[in-house]
Ligand binder design. Structure first.
Ligand code: PHE
Length: 342
């Protein structure tokens, strides 16, 4: 046991220090460490007693001795704190436990919109369609002019924004791809073209400044409206089920003549009327029509020889029905709590 010096000098303090540190080193169990700490550092401990000797030391030595004593107290505190943790013999730990399950990195998945596009693509691929793409930054010519929408045509008004330059804009419809495809090759043509479109719509639950369309175009000799009907019915049945019925309502688009809006019988109630079809029994799914001969003229096709049909659907709408959602803003917010549900 370290002896408390009877008078204080750097030498006697040094002896005490060596003895006390040796004792701290030797203490093996938490109990021993605790007892030693009480004896050395406690309120009536040896270090306290030694501090009391400071008053009797030569005045010129006091500052040095005070420093040494403070240092010693810290040293002992450190030595006695570190001890207990080491006390129980810990079993050797393997560097890596190979029996633990692996930690999987978070895995992404298709966005619901892209999932719809993939499902629709699959159906049309089976019908012999290819997939075409066109630019989102588009020339006025492809978005309007060649689609039979001249400069002064009033139907331009609702798309009259997102111009990047006099003749350059963000496309407002995927019908642009019709023209681009026809320009680049000769019939027969059977393509679909999914993609983003931009419109100056005020954002609400069913409108967005950006949404997705999926365009279709077929051109060949002898293509009729019966072919349009067949292809669209195959599509609707592929997506919504075998019992789906379809109806055409007259409509207008500048680049198709005649033009139709296409409804399917409600895939929830079968036509009786429910909340999904808003009691109508029918659900509008797309716009379509026979390609206007004027469009053929723009791309240099012989309008006497070729006929064709085109259609365009809104992907958000299809997806909202598929997932029973009522607000398309959710698609763009990128909130993982929403996206992870599907
Ligand atoms: N482009 C039209 C629209 O955005 C849809 C459409 C495409 C209509 C092809 C007919 C033929 O409303």
């Amino acid at each position: 046991m370290a002896q408390t010096p009877t008078h204080l000098t750097p030498e006697t303090l040094g002896e005490f220090r060596s003895a006390a540190l040796a004792e701290a080193q030797a203490a093996a169990t938490p109990a021993e460490v605790e007892a030693l700490r009480a004896r050395l550092l406690g309120r009536k401990g040896q270090v306290r007693d030694i501090f009391a000797l400071l008053g009797q030391a030569a005045p010129e030595q006091r500052p040095l001795l005070g420093q040494l004593l403070n240092a010693l107290r810290q040293e002992l505190e450190a030595a006695l704190v570190a001890k207990p943790a080491a006390a129980p013999a810990a079993p050797p730990r393997p560097v890596f436990d190979f029996s633990l399950p692996g930690r999987l990195p978070p895995r992404g998945r298709l966005h619901p919109i892209n999932e719809t596009i993939e499902a629709v693509k699959d159906i049309f691929k089976r019908l012999g369609f290819e997939v075409a793409v066109g630019p989102e930054v588009e020339l006025d010519y492809y978005n309007f002019e060649a689609l039979n929408i001249p400069r002064d045509h009033p139907s331009r008004d609702s798309f009259d924004t997102f111009f990047l330059h006099d003749d350059v804009l963000l496309r407002s419809q995927t019908s642009t791809v019709q023209v681009r495809v026809m320009e680049s090759r000769k019939p027969p043509i059977r393509v679909i073209a999914p993609g983003k479109v931009y419109r100056p719509d005020t954002v609400d639950a069913t409108h967005g400044f950006l949404f997705h369309q999926l365009e279709g175009l077929v051109v060949d000799e002898g293509v009729t409206m019966a072919d349009l009907k067949y292809v669209l019915l195959e599509f609707a049945r592929g997506l919504y089920g075998k019992d789906i019925r379809m109806r055409f309502r007259p409509s207008f688009f500048p680049f198709t003549e005649p033009s139709v809006e296409v409804d399917i019988s409600c895939f929830v109630c079968g036509g009786k009327g429910c909340s999904v079809c808003k009691k109508a029994g029918w659900i509008e799914i797309l716009g379509a029509g026979m390609v206007d001969p004027n469009v053929f003229r723009y791309v240099g096709y012989d309008a006497e020889r070729y006929t064709g049909f085109a259609f365009g659907m809104g992907v958000e709408r299809v997806t909202m029905r598929r997932l029973n959602l009522n607000d398309m803003r959710l698609f763009l917010e990128n909130d993982l709590r929403f996206l992870r549900q599907f």
